[in-house]
Design a protein around this ligand. Structure first.
Ligand code: CIZ
Ligand code: SF4
Length: 319
């Protein structure tokens, strides 16, 4: 619409004037994904968002995603200004892993190497040996296991369980979950697969084990994109936040992408898998923070050096 185009035009101008660049996650609204790419920013997963923000020369990063992504950007670039459309955009994994409770959990397992998922607060990252995202978690835990480490894992129990099954590593798991991926339903997925027997099934490992077990490819958002490009198939069933459908359909207009069924599936909403916090990001919010400088992400400076260490280990491991 005309209003959307006017918002985008204004944002483009302000990005230039403010020496700012947009960093968007695959799960946010398509407008924010496309605008980030058109203006020299990036749309990606949390690992590449972190790397891009660290390496880009712009003085201001506008992060469309959820709180932990803005915090990671700030931790890696404390001298940059990090703005987010809505500072209340959090994540059920972050909320479900309070720093004090996590410290107590760690104390019960002093002999274990602490590996935390990027979807955590700065105060939890500051207690970790390693930070991982879903695109590198498997490789990092496998390397740690091979080096003789026992693992303390937090917070996603499904991703942790998947890694445990794949690597055979000795892991104790925090029992958190993602409100979106936890809702994918194995029984309904079986039914959909019977309807589309030629479909390949792509599953994010934050999903329950019975859903992961039906996957042709288990992987992060970037790995799901890659599978859609490389697998010899025309139909895919995708179990991850449906924000992902935009990039999949944009890159492969000749292929059919079906959303894996969730508890909320119905005639009008076959799958209702969309993160309520990712949905808080919009063009209006981006424009507002560029105009006003409001919604700046702050991380306690006392936490930054310690939180930065395990993130930089991950970036070096995956470089
Ligand atoms: O579910 C999320 O928040 C994901 C997939 C984050 C990420 O690592 O990109
Ligand atoms: Fe967190 Fe799940 Fe939302 Fe990702 S999709 S930000 S893991 S609640």
């Amino acid at each position: 619409t005309a209003e959307r185009e006017a918002l985008k035009a204004r944002i483009r101008t302000l990005l230039r004037e403010r020496d700012a660049v947009m960093v968007s996650h695959y799960y946010v609204h398509p407008d924010l994904q496309d605008l980030a790419e058109e203006t020299g920013g990036i749309v990606s997963d949390s690992l590449e968002m972190a790397r891009f923000g660290r390496d880009h020369p712009a003085r201001t990063l506008v992060v469309s995603g959820v709180r932990f992504m803005g915090e990671t950007a700030k931790i890696l670039s404390p001298d940059k200004t990090v703005l987010m459309p809505d500072l209340d955009a959090t994540c059920s994994l972050d909320v479900g892993c309070p720093p004090d409770d996590f410290a107590a959990f760690r104390t019960q397992h002093p002999d274990r190497t602490v590996v935390v998922y990027a979807n955590t607060s700065a105060a939890v990252k500051a207690q970790a040996d390693w930070v991982v995202t879903s695109s590198c978690a498997l490789d990092i835990v496998r390397a740690l296991k091979d080096a003789g480490h026992k693992i303390l894992w937090a917070p996603d129990k499904h991703l942790g369980g998947y890694i445990q099954r794949e690597t055979g590593a000795d892991m104790v798991l925090w029992k958190g979950s993602c409100v979106v991926h936890d809702e994918f339903k194995a029984f309904e997925l079986e039914a959909l697969r019977r309807e589309y027997p030629e479909a390949k099934v792509l599953v994010h490992p934050e999903s329950p084990a019975a859903v992961v077990a039906q996957a042709d490819v288990v992987g992060s958002t970037s790995q799901i994109l890659q599978a859609a490009a490389t697998l010899d198939a025309k139909v895919f069933i995708v179990a991850t936040d449906n924000g992902m459908m935009h990039k999949l359909r944009q890159r492969h207009p000749d292929k059919l992408f079906l959303e894996a069924p969730t508890a909320g599936s119905s005639a009008t909403c076959k799958s209702c898998a969309h993160c309520p916090w990712m949905a808080m990001n919009g063009l209006r919010g981006v424009l507002q923070v560029l105009e006003t400088g409001l919604n700046e992400v702050h991380v306690d400076p006392a936490l930054i050096p310690r939180a930065r260490l395990p993130i930089e280990r991950m970036l070096a491991f995956t470089a």
